[in-house]
Design a protein around this ligand. Sequence first.
Ligand code: GLN
Ligand code: ZN
Length: 768
Amino acid sequence: MIFSHVLGVPRIGLNRELKFALERHWRGEIDEPALEALGRRLRAERWAEQRAAGLDYVTVGDFAWYDHVAQHVLMLGCEPARMGFGPQDSELARHFRLGRGQAARPADGAGQAAAAGHPALEMTKWFDTNYHYLVPEFGPDTAFRLASHRLLDEVREAQALGHPVKPVLLGPLSFLWLGKGQAAGFDRLSLLDRLLPVYLELLTRLGALGLNWVQIDEPILGLELPAAWREAFPRAYARLQPAQMALMLCSYFAPLGDRLALACSLPVAGLHVDGVRAPQELEAVAALLPQERELSVGLIDGRNIWRSDLDQLLPRLRTLHRLRQGRLWLAPSCSLLHVPLSLSDDAQVDAGVRPWLAGAQEKLDELRLLKTALCQGEQAVAGAWAASRAACAARRADPRLRRPAVAARLAALQPADEARHRPHAERAAMQQARLGLPLLPTTTIGSFPQTAEIRAARAARRAGTLDAAGYEALLRQILADTLQRQDALGLDVLVHGEAERNDMVEFFGEQLAGYTFSAKGWVQSYGSRCVKPPILYGDVERPQAMTVAWASQAQALSRKPVKGMLTGPVTMLQWSFVRDDQPRETTALQLALALRDEVRDLEAAGIAIIQIDEPALREGLPLPRSAWDDYLRWATRAFRLTAGGVGDATQIHTHMCYAEFSDILDSIVALDADVITLETSRSGMTLLDDFGGSAYPNDIGPGVYDIHSPRVPAREEVLHLLRRALAVIPPQRLWVNPDCGLKTRGWPETEAALRVMVEAARTLRAEL
Ligand code: GLN
Ligand code: ZN
């Protein structure tokens, strides 16, 4: 018997219907019943696709209004008391408050009472994906109860449409692991015994709906877990047995590693493993998993957008099928949440590349082909099989995949290409002689407000109602205005403001050979937010300079130094869909070479300071710790190659945000940027514990205010943060800047905040 299923599918809809409906609802334009109706429609569409692809079950419970982890918080009745939920709050309202918080409201004197504010749950990355989940909060008082029937209702909804259903749950151990203790040192695992009865009850209720299978996701099996967590698995799953539901336990995103035997021995009816991230483990699992259990293998990549090479997968599946004595489940490697719903007729993707791509719908079709081929032979689907084979062959043969000059350049690299000539201390003196900056120089991270005017002009340009000359003229005018405002504020190192950039990756991708773009390749990032990663399909080359004209134009307008502004190779890699036919390392180094040329061109144009942003350096870390060193080796090499081609009097900056950096500090030091600016203000500068003293030897600009809210910091707050910084960083090495770019802010608060920042720097300078 061959079964096929998916672990989950995208929620947002082909045209981002969910996003737009959510945002309308939040603006008060549509009510809950209207939203619920859309949810039912989207779910029904996805289920119908799954059935059309011949899947044996439709997956129910992967849909979530904002986030599936938040949905589990509601279902398991463990919302933190601080959310202030009352009986009048509907489940949807609660869900949105978990995700978006609620602002405080003063009494309005007209009968409307004052209401306290409720900050949202914290948000963090779902494993190594770009999806962000809401972090459950746990403490000694956390209690659980089955508090929502939504999952049961959705099961009935699918059943009413005539579908065989397999609901999905996040497993109890992953749920606890992904949360955080409200107080430091709180052991989340201590809640397991309280949580399991609720899972048991839920499973029993699902069983009463006549279901055979429940998918239970335990992605933490891919992590190197502490012993206590590993040991909790057999105990937990033994406790769930009385529900008498067949559980399909799912691991994904990483090899099982030393949890492999554990995963195979758990008292569950089936095990799913990620055959894309851990192909080397498949046969071991097939051998070890008792024959009466079901093995589900994910050989179709749920994390990337390439069409599968079916001719390559089929023999592997046949082997596994044999090893499992004729029983096998087929699935994508993980939930398809992380790929666009469809790419098959995206008009914007390069027409030559389009047939190589597979979004979620196309991956469902691949499942159908593989299942049919395994059961009846490829000839049963000969036409579609041949088309798939032809697309893969066309991809392999495309000359744009291999540009000999790029490979030759990579092969010829010398260690000296990666290094500046002199050590930082000597470079710093040369740079200072050239730049003549005051102590505690003030600067910004790059972008200035992307105003409605800029966005409208970009939309008009895209629609063709504004011509290139008109668009450029407007951007030049905005650039001049941005420079003038910075001069007036008295900032020491200026930027051109990035008004021409829609997105820090797309802007560069559009100018590099080897990239293509989709119009509708949206992937949910969090809540209603989606990203549309560019598609890197071939060897990367830079046909011409990308930023030099903007930087030179800005520099010509001011006597102060203007920073050139680039996105680094690792961030370009991390925020794109990248090719799977060569190691990520090779792609990163190709990007580095293209950016290195840009750095040198900026230098040749007289730009004295060049910033290479790497906000995604930290998030590129592989899940298994054992793979960190290798990643950090090539990631730092890519940065050093990008920066290493300039003279010592040229100052290289880098910028990082969204992360904690303490565990990769050595690698950040190894980048050898002359200046690093970091997001810190939200962490109260605890980051200085790591970067202070001699731990970080080069210059450093810890962000002095949070740019994520329009709030203007008080002068005392900024002074306080800077004094704390000065306690551990000598004034000769300290810079003063906001946390991150200012593109999401408006001008009034931006200017007010920067005025405070510049004043604070001046005050401190006078004291030094
Ligand atoms: N230079 C970019 C900007 O200011 C950096 C963005 C980022 O760190 N994510 O917008
Ligand atoms: Zn940033």
